[in-house]
Write a protein that binds this ligand. Sequence first.
Ligand SMILES: C[S@@+](CC[C@H](N)C(=O)[O-])C[C@H]1O[C@@H](n2cnc3c(N)ncnc32)[C@H](O)[C@@H]1O
Length: 272
Amino acid sequence: MSREVIITDPADDRLGDYVALRESSLRRSLEAERGLFIAEGEKVIRRAVESGHAPRSFLLARRWLPGLADVLDRHLDVPVYVVTEELAERVTGFHVHRGALASMHRAVAPAPADLLDVPGRTPRSRIAVLEDLVDHANVGACFRSAAALGVDAVLVTPNCADPLYRRSIKVSMGSVFHVPWTRVDPWPAGARLLREAGYVVAGMTLGEGAITLDELAARNPPRLALVFGTEGHGLAASTDRLVDLRVTIPMMGGVDSLNVAAASAVAFYATR
Ligand SMILES: C[S@@+](CC[C@H](N)C(=O)[O-])C[C@H]1O[C@@H](n2cnc3c(N)ncnc32)[C@H](O)[C@@H]1O
């Protein structure tokens, strides 16, 4: 453990990747500029490295060293910053309950066409598009459902919240590391790419003229892209005009709409 670096100054530049983890707009620019994301907790760090993401550094309270010793030993060239929990809290802005953080390199995102058709692999038959979701927890929950219910890939639109933001990763239980995903830009023009690749593009909506989810499942298209709209106003009008089908999950009890992550789980299950 000779590469352990004990840090006692919260202003130490080497902790720059970990500052103000709760300030999402600051983090968005810092993470994009440095090409990183933060993994929090032993399990999530393990899942990130096991799925091929490369660590830049680790930030740990001393008592978490033994639990991650095997991971640290596999990355001998990566610095391990050892701090008190109090100092970690001062730097990150919150109490790090799970005691361990890692700053990870962000891999270059694949082009959507490459994600959909990987040479030598069965084409992805069922994908989800998350349009402009604003809530990181919803993004994480959609990924968790996608992984659990066999969705092959996820596309996120240019303004959709980041799947690699700390909260998205946490809520997804690390599924964001396993479900292939990328950003589709521009959107909704990118829906044409899906059509050309043979997908039936189904907009999940509460609008008029929709078929029910049961009807969609009965049609069982060989390639299906399920598009989910933003939390506030749902699918953009421009997207609604481009989709092949509108699909609704009938509801009872005078409820206006389902939470988007709940709607995704229902739709993924029904079209499995
Ligand atoms: C919270 S809803 C948005 C509600 C918005 N007021 C609307 O009218 O669409 C977010 C997204 O979840 C999906 N959704 C929620 N409930 C749904 C339902 N019953 N049927 C189909 N999609 C649903 C849609 O994709 C929707 O755009």
